[in-house]
Write a protein that binds this ligand. Structure first.
Ligand code: G5P
Ligand code: MG
Length: 225
């Protein structure tokens, strides 16, 4: 579906719930630009930028990076994407970040992936990523065509330093304490849509139907049917 009006969405869910996987499908189906806070931070680490080096220890320990740092980074990117439809993945992750976003942009909808923690732990230990693009693979679920290599570029895949089991446990704790309140924040604004399940392929058709309707409504409300 080609977008004719600006549509702005956020995808939320615990670490490993499939935000990156579902975001790729949303980008392909609806043409939204995908902005992942984790991918941006990892690109900074890879480039050995001052910010990346400062943030690396937070990320490796499974802690959130400071609100002001990530909000500045994301809002600057969103300002550059003026007049685009976008999908934010991994931001906002605290109520303070959600308030910063709200102060400049209106979010049309928030897709929340509700996946049990036990399912997540199993997935992350078999995840492989292509760092430059953020493409995500999984040995069981969506393996690369050639083991260890990215399907598109043929470049080597790596495992994330924060996918070690004890770090995953800390990331899930951070999610419960700091990110779950953001769900309530968006629920109270009437924009939260929750999709529960253990398999992305079963969740995805519901997300697709929901977003198709939402975008049609959004065009009607703005008088562009
Ligand atoms: P990130 O990078 O935002 P997380 O922890 O929120 O990291 P993550 O780990 O990237 O989320 P995801 O995107 O939700 O997970 O999930 P995914 O990559 O699509 O899927 C996980 C795995 O499961 C993949 O291997 C995929 O192929 C597989 N999979 C998907 N569906 C299925 C299925 O149905 N079945 C099976 N078997 N497998 C499946 O953030 C990283 C760190 O950056 C910092 C924090 O330190 C954070 O911990 N950070 C921030 N700090 C503060 N504020 C922010 N806003 C921050 N953003 C990032
Ligand atoms: Mg991700």
């Amino acid at each position: 579906m080609a977008l004719r009006k600006i549509f702005r969405a956020v995808i939320m869910g615990p670490p490993g719930s499939g935000k990156g996987t579902v975001s790729s499908r949303i980008r392909e189906s609806f043409g939204l630009q995908h902005l992942s806070s984790g991918d941006m931070l990892r690109a900074n680490i890879e480039a050995k930028s001052e910010l990346g080096l400062l943030m690396k220890s937070c990320i490796d320990q499974g802690q959130l990076v400071p609100d002001d740092v990530i909000s500045r980074l994301i809002l600057a990117s969103l300002r550059e994407m003026d007049h685009s439809s976008w999908l934010l993945d991994g931001f906002p992750r605290t109520v303070s970040q959600a308030e910063s976003l709200d102060s400049e942009f209106t979010v049309d909808t928030v897709v929340n992936l509700d996946v049990p923690f036990q399912t997540i732990k199993e997935r992350l230990t078999s995840r492989w990523v292509h760092l430059p693009s953020g493409r995500v693979y999984n040995i069981d679920f969506n393996p690369p065509k050639i083991p260890g290599l990215d399907d598109i570029t043929g470049e080597p895949l790596t495992q994330r330093d924060d996918d070690m089991p004890e770090t995953v446990t800390r990331r899930l704790k951070a999610y419960e304490n700091q990110t779950e309140p953001v769900l309530e924040y968006y629920r109270s604004k009437g924009v939260l849509a929750t999709f529960t399940g253990t398999e992305t392929n079963k969740i995805w058709p519901h997300v697709h139907t929901f977003l198709s309707k939402k975008m049609t409504q959004s065009r009607k409300i703005r008088g562009h049917v």
